[in-house]
Design a protein around this ligand. Structure first.
Ligand SMILES: *Cc1c(COP(=O)(O)O)cnc(C)c1O
Length: 395
């Protein structure tokens, strides 16, 4: 009873969310993350994962994870700086650095903690972080934790970036940070222009390739490789949790960056390292990226087919240039209704509204993967056509 009273303020806030139509219960999967999943007991076609290359269920990753667990145990038992660094953690970092064409890399528990750890520690008072206004929440939070000044430039606007660089010309360290692929719109950062402008001011550049690794560049090396900027981007952050199919975040960078982060990045210093099986599956994923480039080819083929289908039906897909394809419907309530209707038609695709995206730009966010079949994509398009008509989103 006492607890109930103490948490009443939370109940009030939740009631408000419900009134605003923003209360969203978790959707529970009763199956592996695959092209078809069981959601809340119903088998549906899945357009909601970040499992771009189907690696969550790849036999090589699964067996690597099992084997490493048998050999090394279920957990690492300590933070990296005490006794939680096993040879397998170091091997993963060597492989990531080699893959990304950098001198070194450092792995964190997740992409989120990688961004927190880097941004919080690398720069300090008297420095500045210059950040695209649509950067991911983990970048925003990392900047909040940093003592550096924050300076936000307009989305993908190089002239505005230059104004911010000019304004902070005299700062000790200037760090420009951008998503490589933006997670809600699927558009790509103008990285070549960003690097050029930054070089003019000796500013560091950091790119968050959470949605670009495994998707852009040779064998999925990411946006830096995609734009032929190898060696010119100082910090390549990435995640092992999306196209890589497992869990974790990393920064690929020159050796001094790694050495510094080991001494200063708080999620690295104060949180336990990955279970050995996670590291082993990450290594196996890199092997798969190198051995099976046809997965990435198929991802782009499927993306083109699905986008063309949506356009033919009459949907707006915004500025997307990647497999992240927003189906923009306008009002938040329409996005939620369409998502519900799609679900009843056997397609799982989440509605996203304000404040995650601007008001009036609510959408269904879709990601097709390399393992969706043509028949599955056609089925999804049929459901979108029917649901869209019924709700008056398309004519
Ligand atoms: C998902 C995401 C992250 C966080 O990665 P996790 O490994 O899921 O913690 C960071 N940045 C961007 C742009 C993302 O989309």
């Amino acid at each position: 009873m006492i607890t109930e009273k103490k948490t009443q303020f939370l109940v009030d806030e939740l009631d408000q969310l419900k009134k605003d139509g923003l209360f969203r219960p978790l959707r529970v999967l009763g199956s592996a993350q695959d092209t078809e999943v069981v959601v809340d007991g119903k088998r549906v076609l899945n357009l909601s994962s970040n499992n771009y290359l189907g690696l969550t269920t790849h036999p090589r990753l699964k067996s690597a994870m099992v084997k490493a667990t048998e050999e090394w145990g279920a957990g690492s038992g300590a933070v990296r700086t005490i006794a939680g660094t096993m040879t397998i953690h170091e091997e993963l970092e060597r492989r990531l650095a080699e893959f990304k064409h950098t001198e070194a890399s450092l792995v964190f528990q997740s992409g989120f903690t990688a961004n927190l750890g880097v941004l919080q520690s690398l720069v300090k008072e008297g420095d500045v972080i210059i950040s695209d206004e649509l950067n991911h929440a983990s970048i925003i939070d990392g900047i909040r934790l940093s003592k550096a000044e924050r300076s936000i430039f307009k989305h993908r606007d190089l002239d505005d970036l230059e104004r911010h660089l000019e304004k902070h010309r005299d700062k000790r360290v200037k760090l420009v940070v951008t998503d490589g692929v933006f997670s809600m719109d699927g558009d790509i950062a103008p990285l070549a222009g960003i690097v050029e402008r930054a070089e003019g001011f000796q500013a560091l550049v950091m790119v968050d390739d959470a949605h670009a690794s495994g998707v852009l560049g040779k064998n999925g090396r990411g946006s830096v490789n995609h734009f032929a900027l190898d060696g010119r981007v100082d910090l390549q952050m990435g995640t092992l949790s999306k196209a890589i199919g497992v869990l974790g975040g990393y920064v690929a960078a020159p050796q001094p960056v790694r050495d510094f982060l080991i001494h200063r990045a708080r999620p690295f210093l104060f949180s336990t390292s990955h279970p050995p099986g996670v590291a082993a599956a990450g290594i196996a994923a890199i092997d798969v990226l190198l051995a099976e480039p046809e997965r990435i080819e198929r991802l782009w083929k499927n993306t083109a087919r699905f986008k063309a289908g949506l356009k033919r039906i009459g949907f707006e897909t915004g500025a997307s240039e990647t497999p992240i394809t927003p189906v923009i419907v306008g009002k938040g309530s329409v996005a939620m209704d369409l998502s519900d209707r799609l679900f009843s038609l056997g397609v799982f695709a989440q509605g996203i509204g304000y404040p995650t995206v601007p008001e009036g730009r609510a959408r269904i966010r879709t990601i097709v993967t390399s393992v969706h079949t043509d028949q599955q994509l056609d089925r999804a398009l049929e459901a979108f056509e029917q649901g869209g008509r019924e709700l008056g989103v398309i004519a």
